[in-house]
Design a protein around this ligand. Structure first.
Ligand SMILES: Cc1cc2nc3c(=O)[nH]c(=O)nc-3n(C[C@H](O)[C@H](O)[C@H](O)COP(=O)(O)OP(=O)(O)OC[C@H]3O[C@@H](n4cnc5c(N)ncnc54)[C@H](O)[C@@H]3O)c2cc1C
Length: 459
């Protein structure tokens, strides 16, 4: 199935190196690694390009775009995070540290012999359709080193991650503020907080983690959230919370009943959050991305975190909040999330809408180009590595079907390529960039299983 390489041709004064039926994978993070592994297992030749000098992507804290900070641990528990065919060691805790997650990804790369297919320190700068229906991929030495080279591939799998391009809100008066403002991506170590007056903006998992660290290290900590959220502890009934959630999910109860069970459980375990000065959630559970943090409420209870609403404006000396209160922080950390970014791809190839959101079939396949796929563009209510694995299997099966049975592949494509608005979540998820790729892992896996079954039966 894979021909190693063909001759170089010239196009518009540039030589194009023909990689025949090989597949190009962009990125060697968790998604790229499992794409390489599964495509290889399905018989494809693969060239993976990675701008950094090691594997692991976001979990490799040495990478300049890594969003992890010293105290980052998994939010999803071990069995719900790991790849299905490569378990994390039994001796590891339920929620491993980021250094363990990196060690796990390195072992995965070594175990399956993936490194020999990865070109490290090499950045993909341009991907475009070639005249013959394949793809021209331009690569360059990362950070401007080396000259460009263009290679032609049968298919491209983009695994460039969506947690590295900071989403930064702009508030009135921000430019006149005398203190320091950083995005959470620049927060690495609790030493940055020591003795300072810190405002953390944003109540996602990262914002809550940093507020908890500030509660212990900073001279003062304010925590700003736009709305009330459901803060679930990392453990419920002695089990990691996502495992309990999954057990309830397995009962196949209707959504309203699961929501009621969880509201009741949280009320009994965590209690009424408005007692701590937090706003009442304006939505039901499952309608925003789950927050798992056992310490936030503890430090609120100690008075070490002052909850405040959204920022109204910055002044020279401080911040005014929407309820009229003011604070005088000298460090503001914007834990306001990340946006997806594909600077090497024309947006129409990923069906990007006016807001900048790619609209893809199964959150993975370009609706206009059947040999272009994205993997890892998911925000699940569980860990994501196993979902990436099944995405990679689906992509490999799809490419195999195209080779083995073109008429059946065309028929499959005709039936499904326009299904890019499908939601994999029965809950009415809040409209925000944070929830663009929000899925229920159970519903998403069901859709993947259906797609795989249909493709395999057409092979
Ligand atoms: C603070 C934090 C906590 C998290 N906790 C969890 C958790 O508990 N459980 C969980 O499952 N997930 C968690 N995540 C999500 C996390 O992003 C995923 O686990 C996973 O790392 C995403 O993998 P990826 O391969 O899609 O992207 P990345 O890990 O970002 O990898 C992308 C790779 O592509 C490379 N790349 C990008 N552009 C190019 C280019 N043009 N050319 C060549 N190479 C390129 C990058 O260098 C990088 O190595 C967390 C994220 C954050 C920010």
């Amino acid at each position: 199935m894979s021909i190693e390489s063909g001759p170089a041709t010239w196009q518009g004064g540039t030589s194009v190196h023909d990689r025949a039926q090989n597949v190009c994978v962009v990125g060697a993070g968790a998604a790229g690694l499992t794409a390489v592994k599964n495509l290889r297992e399905y018989g494809f030749g693969v060239d993976c390009y990675e701008r950094e000098t090691g594997v692991g992507g976001a979990w490799n804290w040495r990478h300049d775009r890594s969003p992890v900070y010293g105290s980052t641990h998994l939010i999803s528990s071990k069995p719900f995070t790991q790849y299905p065919d490569f378990p994390m060691p039994d001796s590891w805790p339920d929620y491993p540290h980021h250094a363990q997650v990196l060690a796990y990804l390195e072992r995965y790369a070594d175990h399956f012999g993936l490194r020999e297919h990865i070109w490290f320190g090499t950045e993909v700068t341009k991907v475009g359709p070639a005249e013959d229906g394949r793809w021209d991929v331009t690569i360059s030495g990362a950070r401007g080193g080396g000259s460009d080279r263009t290679q032609r591939y049968a298919a491209v799998v983009v695994a460039n991650g969506h947690n590295w391009w900071p989403k930064l809100p702009a508030y009135e008066g921000q430019e006149d503020f005398g203190g320091e403002i950083i995005h959470a991506s620049a927060y690495k170590d609790a030493a940055q907080l020591r003795g300072r007056r810190v405002l953390v903006v944003g109540a996602g998992n990262t914002g809550c983690d940093i507020a908890v660290e500030a509660a212990q290290q900073a001279a003062r900590c304010w925590h700003s959230s736009r709305r009330g959220y459901w803060y679930a502890p990392k453990y419920a009934y002695g089990r990691p919370a996502d495992q309990v959630n999954d057990l309830v999910g397995a009962l196949r109860l209707p959504l309203w009943l699961r929501q009621r069970v969880f509201h009741r459980t949280l009320r009994r375990t965590v209690g009424d959050l408005t007692r701590f000065g937090l706003p009442k959630p304006d939505h039901k559970i499952y309608e925003t991305h789950p927050i798992a943090n056992s310490q936030l409420v503890y430090y609120l209870g100690h008075g070490s975190i002052t909850p405040v609403p959204d920022v109204a404006r910055f002044t020279r000396d401080g911040v005014e909040f929407t309820d009229g209160r003011v604070a005088e922080p000298d460090l503001v950390i914007m834990a306001t999330g990340y946006l997806p970014r594909f600077e090497f791809l024309p947006p129409e190839l990923l069906n990007v809408d006016a807001e900048g959101r790619p609209r893809l079939y199964l959150h993975a396949f370009s609706p206009t180009h059947p040999t272009l796929a994205v993997t890892g563009l998911l925000q699940p209510d569980s860990g994501v590595f196993s979902l990436m694995h099944w995405q990679a299997v689906t992509i490999a099966t799809w490419l195999q079907l195209r080779e083995a049975n073109p008429p059946q592949a065309a028929e499959y494509w005709r039936r499904h390529h326009h299904q890019f608005s499908e939601r994999f979540n029965k809950a009415k998820v809040k409209q925000s960039t944070r929830h663009w790729f929000e899925i229920s892992h159970v519903e998403y896996l069901r859709a993947i299983e259906k797609a795989l079954t249909e493709m395999e039966s057409a092979l």
